[in-house]
Write a protein that binds this ligand. Structure first.
Ligand SMILES: [Ca+2]
Ligand SMILES: [Ca+2]
Length: 358
């Protein structure tokens, strides 16, 4: 008992040290990161362009300025921005080159300065999947460029890390394009947000099992993946998604589990459940958990032998496993895992794997 108590006190001290460390995280050197997720919390916005003030329906100018941000359509149809095309935008108006064009959209600051972090909503005039091409420039030189696939719209897109003063964007139906190559473009954008700092999402979970294209017997599968870390050091939970199509829209089942593979709905003591897990602020919940930890430290410190959690020193601390039951037989499923930080910011989804039950 004495040994386990000492061990528990050591673990408690380590937890406190880790907590102190997370209060003062180290700052990584800047680099541009592209996120197909909402990385700018609304509360962190320093500038916002929602296009809601654009008057009229069609025939708008090809430049719009709002809250220090400037948007221009380059090589597009002049004076032909359709602001009321409905694609799931923020509010009722957005920026959409009417009928598409062969140009691209340029975003810059009216001041001519550099962006720190920029996020926006993207969509297209096409139905279904689409690709967004981007190029980030600094003083006219390209500092980052690429192409991102989106399965549907609206979607979030974010550029973080600074070091760019211009964002060029276009959309296409098939892959293999660059922003400025003159391909048919039907990019719609809205809700441009700027922030000095962002809450970065956790790393992308790396899948372990089952292997891709596995055949499993029975209607129960143990899924496992490597733990992800959050750049800000907050606790990471995981969203295991299982569906019958690769876009995760057909019969989607989702399981939110913690780093120990415990279903979050069943994670906490009953009184937490009574307080409403679904609506509880994660920070508040963390405070409650820390209060419970501190209480256990105090109990251990008071020499109350025989109380405290059982610590299994054989526990694998680098991966997470979760057992899903009730799968249909002779069915093909797709699965992936998304890491979620304490602020609810989601990682880029991990690899999509498939398996078949027999
Ligand atoms: Ca809008
Ligand atoms: Ca984070």
């Amino acid at each position: 008992m004495r040994q386990s108590k000492q061990f528990f006190v050591k673990v408690s001290m380590a937890l406190l040290l880790i907590t102190v460390f997370f209060l003062f995280p180290s700052v990584a050197p800047a680099a541009i990161t592209v996120y197909p997720t909402d990385v700018i919390a609304n509360a962190s916005r320093t500038n916002f362009m929602g296009f809601e003030g654009m008057a009229g329906l069609n025939g708008l100018p090809s430049t719009w300025e709002e809250d220090g941000i400037r948007v221009e359509q380059i090589n597009g149809y002049i004076n032909n921005i359709w602001s009321t095309y409905n694609w799931g935008q923020e509010g009722s108006r957005s920026w959409y080159p009417s009928g598409g064009d062969s140009g691209y959209t340029k975003i810059s600051l009216v001041s001519g300065g550099e962006f720190s972090n920029l996020g926006l909503l993207v969509g297209t005039g096409w139905s279904g999947t689409f690709y967004v091409q981007y190029a980030l420039l600094s003083d006219g030189s390209t500092v980052a460029q690429g192409e991102i696939y989106f399965p549907s719209y609206p979607q979030h897109l974010g550029f973080a890390g600074g070091g760019f003063d211009t964002v060029l964007l276009s959309a296409s139906q098939s892959s293999g394009n660059t922003v400025i190559d003159g391909h048919p473009n039907a990019l719609a954008i809205d809700s441009i947000e700027l922030a000095e700092s962002i809450n970065q999402p956790p790393g992308t979970p790396v899948l372990i099992a089952p292997e891709n294209d596995a055949t499993v017997s029975g209607n129960s599968v143990i899924f496992s993946w490597e733990r992800a870390t959050d750049p800000e050091g907050t606790d990471v939970t995981y969203l295991l998604q299982i569906a019958e199509n690769a876009d995760f829209t057909a019969n989607l089942s989702q399981y939110a589990v913690d780093e120990n593979g415990i279903l979050i709905a069943g994670l906490i003591f009953p009184f937490f459940a009574l307080m409403g897990w679904g609506t509880m602020n994660r920070r508040k919940l963390t405070l409650l958990i820390m209060a419970a930890l501190l209480t256990s430290v105090m109990i251990a410190g008071c020499g109350s032998d025989g109380w405290g959690p059982t610590i299994d020193t054989d526990t694998d601390t680098t991966s997470v496993s979760y057992n899903v039951t009730g799968l249909n037989s002779a069915s093909t499923y797709y699965w992936r895992v998304i890491a979620v930080d304490e602020d609810g910011t989601r990682s880029i989804p991990g690899e999509t794997r498939t398996f078949t039950t027999n």
